[in-house]
Design a protein around this ligand. Structure first.
Ligand code: NI
Length: 170
């Protein structure tokens, strides 16, 4: 296993629609395993393939931070089937280190995906699980969390990032 480099905004790979995964082979299993290691090392609760420079539609998540093995989930070719309700809460992203702001998301989401062997399964999640699945599915589609906020907030975040870049801190 290996920890991979996490790409920071505005790396173009983060803003590109990922390709569907079609091969459920050892290479995919290695990628998923490395993505879990990278996510836990960061640490974070979710990580999508574009964030490690791989323009494919898959992500890993663990909202328990490694405490509950049942929450260690890899979702390949995720598809949001149903959403319900609303929640508004602070969100962060490993591709935007140190940046947090409130993002409105649906309270509940049912997401269908393939597992590493190509079998379809569904996760019906609420609160943080729903937020995480929606945030990571967005990554698979080239959408980042600043796209989910107001223009004003988005411009503020972009300015902050430019300052940090100039200071060599991004
Ligand atoms: Ni993210």
């Amino acid at each position: 296993m290996a920890v991979m480099e996490i790409r920071h905004y505005p790396d173009p790979v983060l803003l590109t629609l990922g390709d569907a995964v079609t091969e459920f082979d050892d290479k995919l299993k290695k990628l998923v395993s490395d993505m879990f290691e990278t996510m836990y090392a960061a640490p974070g609760v979710g990580l999508a393939a574009p964030q490690v420079g791989v323009s494919k539609r898959l992500f890993v998540m663990d909202c328990s931070g490694g405490k509950d093995p049942e929450q260690r989930i890899a979702m390949i070719n995720p598809e949001v089937l149903r959403v319900e309700g609303e929640q508004n809460g602070e969100e962060g992203c490993l591709s935007f280190p140190g940046i947090f702001f409130p993002v409105e998301r649906e309270f509940r989401a049912v997401v269908r995906a393939h597992d590493v062997d190509g079998n379809l399964f569904e996760v019906d999640g609420m609160e943080l699980t729903a937020r995480c699945m929606l945030h990571e599915t967005d990554h698979c589609d080239g959408i980042v969390f600043i796209d989910k906020t107001t223009t004003l907030k988005r411009e503020m975040v972009k300015r902050k990032i430019k300052k940090l870049q100039k200071a060599g801190q991004w």
